[in-house]
Design a protein around this ligand. Structure first.
Ligand code: ZN
Length: 131
């Protein structure tokens, strides 16, 4: 079964709800309780856009058990146009074509199938924005 924690986080993750500190305007995804820049505790919730760019990436060839069937795959840090940075899988592009600075957008995809009971987890993956 998915943990209670991931289950509660599901709607927020699905909608890409992020938090913006009302003190310094820094943005966080997922939202947090205390701003790590100014220590503020007041946040506005906003819905992030789906686009961003790749800051860095790596190819995972020996993942942990949950992702065994999917290796190798690319994981990158994406800076969203709205500010937050996310660690996401990069899909639908040959590894050789992934580049720092590449424009991507998030799509909601299957992440992994868990164990023999076939529970499937969903989350966002980054796909290239083709011009
Ligand atoms: Zn702040």
């Amino acid at each position: 079964m998915p943990s209670a924690r991931s289950w509660r986080a599901y709607p927020q993750t699905y909608r890409l709800e992020a938090g913006k500190c009302t003190g310094c305007q820094k943005t966080f995804f997922p939202p947090r309780q205390v701003c790590n820049t100014c220590g503020g505790r007041e946040f506005e919730t906003f819905r992030m856009g789906y686009t961003g760019e790749v800051l860095t990436y790596t190819i995972i060839r020996t993942p942990d058990d949950r992702y065994q069937g999917e290796a190798p795959f690319a994981v990158g840090i994406v800076r969203m146009d709205d500010g937050p940075k996310l660690t996401v899988q990069i899909v639908d592009v040959p590894f050789d074509d992934i580049a720092i600075g590449m424009k991507v957008k998030l799509e909601f995809r299957r992440i992994y199938a868990e164990g023999h009971d076939g529970i499937i987890q969903y989350g966002h993956k980054a796909v290239p924005v083709r011009g």
